[in-house]
Design a protein around this ligand. Structure first.
Ligand code: AMP
Ligand code: MG
Length: 321
């Protein structure tokens, strides 16, 4: 039996981290905990290793990956930082903010990571076990969410097993993810403008306070390849803004709309973000034929929640990660 057939869930203690480091060094894949969602990691300097991520996820190769760095020093070997980038890194790293920056000419990054673009998406994660792993390695890690392309992102090891169980040798168990939705992604452009490419835990309001208004000049827009409309799909119809369940629906509640499970009975958006994918997984696994979701306020991290829900509700055939 090859090690592809059995996925081990390994405690993220010193011994587990050392084993994960060994697999990664030798070009293998490991699912790793981060503060956002579980990532499917490979060394970012190896084309062969990165190719395994695309294959395991069934991810289209035009969809570039986020690179996770140990610290700012490692980030500076990969991308060109301007004053704004230094400022944002000082404020939000380690943490759930991804910066899209110009790729350095001599960066040791496999071209598959950036899907051939001249920019790269970088983040320094804050999860203590991911930090310990990066500190052991001599290279950064490319790591998209550890799920099949189009599927629901994983926030617990069992979600990873359900989606990628036969594809990877190891999941490093760091318990449930604290934030629960993917990082905020912004692009900083040479001309001084910026764009929010994906809403996330670092809110747009907090970025506007630092960077000023987001650019709206269409010519100046950077594309965010891979931000396609269908994503996070539970494989069943999803109805949004529901106040009650109709026949055959599993209701994901919020606040006073109780539901079969509830994102946050107290109406707390941070808690709702942390529970979002667990509730979607539960709804997907239930015997109900469809899913309804209660309204979630469109403010703060509620924007990221609504972004993911809108994509989960997009019917098949609309494109995907
Ligand atoms: P994830 O699937 O969480 O790894 O997020 C990757 C997403 O980051 C991609 O789908 C892109 O939308 C975005 N991204 C990564 N690299 C770039 C880049 N160089 N330029 C613009 N967007 C990027
Ligand atoms: Mg993903």
């Amino acid at each position: 039996m090859s090690d592809k057939d059995v996925t081990e869930v390994v405690a993220a203690d010193a011994a587990g981290i050392a084993r994960a480091a060994q697999i990664l060094e030798s070009g293998g894949l490991v699912a790793v905990p981060t503060e956002t969602v579980y990532g499917l990691a490979a060394r970012a300097d190896s084309g062969n290793a990165v190719a395994k991520i695309y294959a395991a996820k069934g991810r289209p190769d035009f969809n570039p990956l986020i690179v996770h760095v140990r610290d700012l020093e490692q980030a500076l070997e990969i991308a060109d930082f301007d004053e704004r980038a230094f400022d944002l890194a000082a404020r939000f790293w380690p943490g759930p903010l991804t910066l899209v920056l110009p790729l350095c000419d001599n960066a040791s990054i496999a071209s598959a990571v950036t899907a051939g673009l001249s920019t790269i998406a970088l983040r320094q994660p804050s999860h203590p076990m991911m930090k310990a792993l990066l500190a052991k390695l001599g290279h950064p890690l490319a790591a998209p969410s550890a799920n099949r392309s189009e599927g629901i992102s994983p926030t617990r090891p069992e979600h990873v097993l359900g989606s990628l169980g036969s594809e990877i040798p190891m999941v490093l168990d760091g318990g449930p993810c604290e934030r629960g939705v993917e990082s905020t992604i912004i692009a900083l452009r040479a001309g001084g403008g910026w764009s929010l490419l994906r809403p996330g835990p670092i809110t747009k309001d907090s970025l506007v306070r630092i960077l000023g208004t987001e650019s709206d000049d269409a010519d100046d827009m950077i594309e965010a390849p891979g931000q396609l409309s269908r994503h996070y799909s539970p494989g069943k119809p999803v109805r949004l803004e529901a106040m009650r369940a109709e026949a055959g629906e599993f209701l994901i509640g919020f606040g006073p709309v109780r539901g079969d499970c509830n994102l946050s009975p107290a109406g707390d958006l941070k808690e709702a973000a942390a529970r979002l994918y667990s509730c979607l997984h539960e709804a997907a696994l239930s015997n109900k034929r469809a899913i309804a979701v209660a309204p979630v306020p469109h403010e703060g991290v509620g924007r990221a929640i609504n972004d993911r829900l809108a994509r989960a509700a997009t019917p098949p055939g609309a494109g995907a990660d």
